[in-house]
Each structure stands twice: as structure tokens, then as C-alpha cells.
Design a protein around this ligand. Structure first.
Ligand SMILES: *Cc1c(COP(=O)(O)O)cnc(C)c1O
Length: 461
């Protein structure tokens, strides 16, 4: 800016602005100016190009760092806490490495995620292995390396018994826990609700006989020292999540008092903080959840238990966006349709379950500058060959034209990092971005774009 404005005088009629909350990240990191700055730099640098780079994902690494910082601060008085990142939310190795550098651990739930976490350099004791279907080989490796394991069911418990017997005196350094389902009910998205009466996850606490059987399992196994729960993800209210954690904490205390010893030493409380997909505000934030946990499960904050968390979506979603060029536009049944390159391959949940997963979209011209025209209801379609491949239906936006760019907001988790291979659509590049104090944007490669040669090699060509 060459001619600075005189500093505005505060209006005495208005309340003084709230002081910045040290427990919440700077809202400017998640706002439209910053996104536009990154987008324009991406066009300038050729990371988005109407011929060669029609679609790309972006992760704002500074915003991720601020989110991680707010998580650490929120749990500051919980004693010994290990915050792990649920790798399925964004399993790109450079993203995992960034999170490791920020002091996170990693939660994994498949051999692929396990390998990615190790490649990102997480120490085995900072990795947690969850999954309802761990094979013998996976369990053997986890117990060999000292990775924490959460057992999902009685048969898996028997398998771990066998592997530990095989290992004999070698034992294991792994923290081993049992995942319980507190059966507190579901949230607004059934597929994201893990603590329902009939959920496939964990051992149900309320079903006949299970509480006694769990108690006996702990009594007979000195190495079984953790309890795990993950009540749900997007759509679950904070009170429901806190209620589930409180049930697990209650069960841990009951176990310790009935066994007359400190058998359960730690609680893994899972993740699941919902994300606001309606606006730029980071709400709820980690301090909101911690407030509920302090009310309902105060024992987490007295030093009585060690704590592990496993947040995914809330750590990455709002720090990422996906940008695509509009190739053509048309009118269908009187409604404008923009045909873009962002569809089911990068936004599977939104395309298949649009009511549960609506995404905000912003409209930009070919340079990345925001378009300001009169809003017109229009469909924003992807390139795939089925009618439902829409990322927005009848959405009021400035009228899109060929060569414009659409941006799918809040897609840093479970979207572009998690592509769907329909129509052999190629996996787009994902770029990391950082913004220096002088406004300079620097990019790094988080995932190079898949090429036709990669695709052919993978599909037997
Ligand atoms: C998916 C998952 C998480 C992370 O959930 P988010 O909603 O992304 O925070 C944590 N723990 C387990 C066991 C999970 O399956």
C-alpha cells in the first residue's frame, strides 16, 4: 500500500474490540483475503493453469500450525497428553511430517497409514494403531515396534494374547488398550456416529455381561492398561462426545477401584470435534470442547490419567481449499450449470451425500481475484459421467464463465487428499502454502499430480 489511510478513531458508541483470545487461532488465517492471496500466487506461479493444471488442492501450513497450537493450549492443564492426528483425515506424508514437527503424534488405522506415519518420521511410541480389523501381521509389527494398540473386540484380544505368548520374555513396550463403545447415541450424520447401540466399533459397555467381562480381562492382564473411545465425528454435538468420554472415564475409575490397583493408567478419548462448514469462523474450537470435558469428565484434568487425543478433521479442514477451472457453461432447464474439474474425485462425500456434506464455494476470475457479480442460482458440476456429480446445486454465486476458477472451501481434510478413482480421473496435485510477513506466498509439493503414465502403470497398461 503506497498511501496509508489515517488510523481510524475508535467509535465511542461501540464496545471496544474483544482482545485476541490466546487460546484461539487468529481468525485472519482462515479468511477470504488470505485464501485469495494464496490463489492468486498459485495462478501466477502456474500451479493452476487453464491448460496444464486444471485442478489442485492447497493446504495453508501456517493455518495448520496455528490450529495445532490452539489444540495444545486448550489441553495445557490436562497433565501428560499426547495429541495424535488421525491420519485418515489427510494422509499425505509431507502433511504428516509437518504435524510431527509441530509436536503431534499420529493415529493410524491401516497398513498404508501405518507405513505413511513411519515414513513421516513419527517415533513408534507416538503412533496409535486403531482399526476394527487388524491382521495378525499388523498386530505383530505394532507390538514389535512399541506402537500403542487399541483392541477393538474380544477376538482381537485373544489374538493379542497369542502374540504376546509367542513373544514370551520379549514382551512389548506398546501401550495396549481396549476400545469401548459407551453407546451414548448418534449425531446428525448416521455414517459418522460411532457410539450408537449397534455400532461396529469397540466393545459395548451396556450390553449384558460386557462390563464384568471387561473387568475380568483387565484383572487377568497386567499389560492391559488403557481405555479408548471415539464417540463420533462430524455431526456429533460436543455434549454427546463429552458424555461418551465421561462414560469411559467412569469405567476406568470403576475398574481401578474394583481391582484395588492403578490398572488403567490412561484414556484415549478419540477425536471428532465437528467443523463449521457454513462460514469462516473456527467454531466450535478446542477450548469449547475442553470446557465440556472439564464439566463431565474432570478426572481427565487432575493428573489421575494420562490422555491421548485423536483429532482429524478439526485440525486440517479449514486450512485447505480445492481450486478448479470452469471449462464450459450452459443452461439446463433454465438453470445455469458450470462444468468444472472438481467433482466426485475430490469431493466424494459431498457428491454422494450432499445434504450431510454441503461445501461452501467461492467464485473467482482466471487470475484468482474474487468475482463480485450479482448472485445467480447455478449448479457447479464436476467432470465425471454421472448426473449426480455436482458439488453445489442451485447455489447463488456470481455467474460463472469459462476460464473462471471455483474454490471448494474447508477441504483440507477427507477431500482432495482422499481421492476417489471414478472415470479414471487423475489425482490432482496438492500444494502446501506458507505466507511470509511481507505477504510473499511460498509453495511446496504435498502430492505431485498423478500422470496418465502413473494411471496406466497402476491399471495394468
Ligand atoms: C476417524 C477417527 C478419528 C478422527 O475423527 P475426526 O472426526 O476426523 O476428528 C479419531 N479416532 C478414530 C478411532 C477414528 O476412527
Amino acid at each position: 500500500m503506497t498511501d496509508p489511510q489515517p488510523a481510524a478513531q475508535p467509535d465511542p458508541a461501540l464496545p471496544a474490540p474483544a482482545p485476541a483470545d490466546p487460546f484461539r487461532p487468529d481468525p485472519a488465517l482462515y479468511g477470504p483475503e488470505r485464501r485469495e492471496r494464496i490463489l492468486r500466487a498459485a495462478v501466477r506461479d502456474g500451479l493452476l493453469d487453464p491448460e496444464d493444471a486444471l485442478l489442485a488442492g492447497f493446504v495453508d501450513l501456517d493455518a495448520v500450525a496455528a490450529t495445532v497450537d490452539s489444540l495444545h493450549r486448550a489441553f495445557e492443564d490436562a497433565g501428560e497428553v499426547l495429541h495424535t492426528f488421525a491420519a485418515k483425515a489427510n494422509s499425505l506424508v509431507p502433511v504428516l511430517r509437518h504435524l510431527r514437527d509441530l509436536g503431534m503424534g499420529c493415529e493410524v488405522a491401516s497398513p498404508g497409514e501405518f507405513a505413511q506415519a513411519l515414513a513421516a518420521g513419527f517415533a513408534p511410541e507416538r503412533i496409535v494403531y486403531d482399526s476394527p480389523a487388524k491382521t495378525r501381521a499388523e498386530l505383530r509389527l505394532a507390538l514389535e515396534l512399541g506402537v500403542a494398540v487399541n483392541i477393538d473386540n474380544w477376538q482381537e484380544l485373544a489374538r493379542v494374547d497369542e502374540i504376546l505368548a509367542e513373544r514370551g520374555a520379549a514382551g512389548t513396550r506398546s501401550r495396549i488398550g481396549i476400545r469401548v463403545n459407551p453407546q451414548v447415541g448418534g449425531g446428525s450424520i448416521g455414517a459418522m456416529s460411532t457410539a450408537t447401540a449397534h455400532s461396529k466399533f469397540g466393545i459395548t459397555l451396556a450390553d449384558a455381561g460386557n462390563a464384568d467381562r471387561l473387568l475380568a480381562a483387565f484383572r487377568d492382564r497386567p499389560w492391559l492398561t488403557w481405555l479408548h473411545c471415539h464417540v463420533g465425528s462430524q455431526g456429533c454435538p460436543l455434549d454427546l462426545m463429552a458424555e461418551g468420554v465421561a462414560a469411559a472415564v467412569g469405567f476406568a475409575r470403576k475398574t481401578n477401584s474394583e481391582l484395588g490397583r492403578r490398572q488403567v493408567v490412561g484414556l484415549d478419548i478419540g477425536g471428532g470435534l465437528p467443523v463449521n462448514f457454513d462460514g469462516d469462523e473456527v467454531s466450535p474450537g478446542y477450548p469449547d470442547y475442553v470446557g465440556r470435558l472439564k464439566d463431565r469428565a474432570p478426572a481427565l484434568f487432575t493428573g489421575e490419567f494420562r490422555v491421548v487425543t485423536e483429532f482429524g478433521r478439526s485440525l486440517l479442514a479449514k486450512s485447505g481449499f480445492t481450486a478448479a477451472y470452469v471449462e464450459y457453461t450452459k443452461t439446463s432447464g433454465g438453470r445455469p450449470v458450470a462444468l468444472t474439474f472438481a467433482g466426485v474425485q475430490v469431493a466424494a462425500r459431498t457428491v454422494f451425500a450432499p445434504d450431510s456434506w454441503p461445501l461452501r464455494i467461492s467464485a473467482h476470475d482466471g487470475t484468482g481475484a474474487a468475482k463480485h457479480g450479482e448472485p445467480v442460482e447455478q449448479d457447479v458440476a464436476g467432470p465425471a459421467c454421472f448426473a449426480g456429480d455436482l458439488v453445489a446445486k442451485a447455489r447463488p454465486l456470481p455467474l460463472l464463465e469459462p476460464g473462471d476458477i471455483v474454490v471448494l472451501l474447508d477441504t483440507g481434510a477427507y477431500y482432495t487428499s482422499t481421492p476417489f478413482g471414478y472415470n479414471s480421473l487423475l489425482e490432482p496435485a496438492v500444494h502446501g502454502a506458507t505466507v511470509a510477513a511481507d505477504g510473499t506466498v511460498r509453495f511446496s509439493v504435498l502430492r505431485r499430480p498423478q500422470t496418465v503414465e502413473d494411471l496406466l502403470a497402476r491399471t495394468g497398461g
